[in-house]
Ligand binder design. Structure first.
Ligand code: PLP
Length: 378
């Protein structure tokens, strides 16, 4: 059965039309992925290994090849078992503190001199805005970002420090209205936070690095907000290492990709309720949804308590201070995936660390208090 996914974000996503075919026998709204589905899919600019490698070369030293570290510690072993090998892709050390510059730069490197002269614009609660500010600075252009007033003050300050003009508005709906006005009035190019072929090629560079830095991975776990990170990473992992399983993880309170997989098309959620603000995308979008559906083996959800415990474990045992989104893959490994991945070689994407010290302290203290006895350590 051939089906056209409705393209709700058509304008923002670059007027994409996604066509895909479900594997025979798969229930229309069913979601029970355990294997990679060889779904036929035609996406413009679909990632190939060659294109991902070329994108990595173009990004050059504007992005860092972040370290991959084997996480060895008694506290971790007590949770995941002594035979499980956990490789942390420490993308929190990326420029601006998250993976976001990979996607933003992959888009912006293709802007014409005229477009660069007019500048770029975006809507973001933080990490994408910081990445845009950084990318604009290194490409010699300007960024005007619209952020909801609820955005973390630390991130708003960082955006300004990185050189962006920040406009604060009351809510996300107003933010989208305002960014359209800026596009019209100033001729700035809108750069989507997670959707589109170039963004996916940018995030795919992270996945390719990971499988090259840690060979023979049985599984990779990737956090999902809107799905751009997972779309790119899953593509790269499956193209370079088809036998490696890819798991996407969403917060229970922001599970648009789960709903989209179940429905067979990108879905929106009514409300976002999670401490992982960076994973709080209100909807999935067709291009990244199509790639995730093709390359992701399974999705899991984690609770805020699991996120806090993972933040604490990463801090106390791996010595990493991360924002909740950066702990999501670890939360999945220690929670819903712990039995399935016991004894395996697992790549965990630690995707961001932009959090103020006061919020970090509160979440980590709560995570420590909630730590189950079996996961406590000295
Ligand atoms: C730190 C961090 N991790 C993960 C995500 C999720 O990425 P995506 O929206 O591409 O799924 C984001 C998105 O902003 C983020 O900032």
């Amino acid at each position: 059965m051939k089906q056209t996914v409705s393209v709700r974000e058509k304008a923002r996503a670059g007027r994409l039309r996604v066509r895909f075919q479900r594997p025979a026998g798969r229930a229309a709204a069913g979601f029970a992925y355990t294997r990679h589905h060889p779904m036929t899919l035609s996406l413009p600019g679909e990632p190939t290994l060659e294109a991902i490698r070329a994108t990595r070369v173009r990004l050059g030293d504007r992005v860092l090849t972040t370290p991959v570290r084997l996480w060895q510690d008694g506290a971790l072993s007590r949770v995941v078992g002594p035979q499980t090998r956990v490789f942390l892709k420490e993308e929190l050390f990326q420029r601006t503190g998250s993976f976001k510059p990979r996607g933003a730069l992959a888009v912006m490197l293709d802007l014409s001199p005229g477009e660069l002269a007019r500048g770029v614009t975006a809507v973001s609660a933080g990490n994408h805005a910081m990445a845009m500010a950084y990318a604009a600075a290194v490409l010699g252009t300007t960024a005007k970002v619209v952020m909801p007033r609820s955005a973390n003050a630390f991130r708003v300050d960082r955006c300004r420090e990185l050189g962006a003009t920040v406009e604060l508005v009351d809510d996300v709906h107003q933010a989208f209205t305002r960014v359209r006005e800026i596009e019209q009035a100033e001729g700035r190019t809108f750069v989507h936070p997670f959707e589109g072929p170039k963004t996916a090629l940018g995030t795919a560079t992270l996945g390719l690095e990971l499988v090259e830095q840690a060979e023979g991975l049985d599984a990779v776990i990737v956090p999902i907000g809107g799905g751009g990170l997972c779309a790119g990473v899953a593509s790269a992992v499956k193209l370079a290492s088809p036998r490696t399983l890819v798991f996407g993880v969403e917060p229970e309170g922001a599970d648009s990709m789960h709903r989209s997989f179940a429905a067979g098309s990108p879905q929106a959620i009514d409300a976002v309720r999670t401490i992982a603000d960076s994973l709080g995308a209100p909807h999935a979008a067709p291009y990244s949804f199509g790639l995730c559906r093709r390359y992701v083996d399974d999705l899991v959800r984690v609770s805020d308590d699991e996120l806090r415990r993972a933040m604490y474990l990463l801090f106390a045992s791996a010595k990493l201070a991360v924002e909740p989104a950066g702990a999501a893959a670890t939360a999945a490994l220690c929670g819903p995936l712990v039995d399935r991945l016991r004894g395996k070689r697992v790549g965990v994407v630690v995707c961001g660390a932009n959090i103020d010290h006061a919020t970090f302290a509160v979440q980590v203290a709560a995570g420590a208090a909630e730590q189950r006895p079996s996961t406590s350590f000295t």
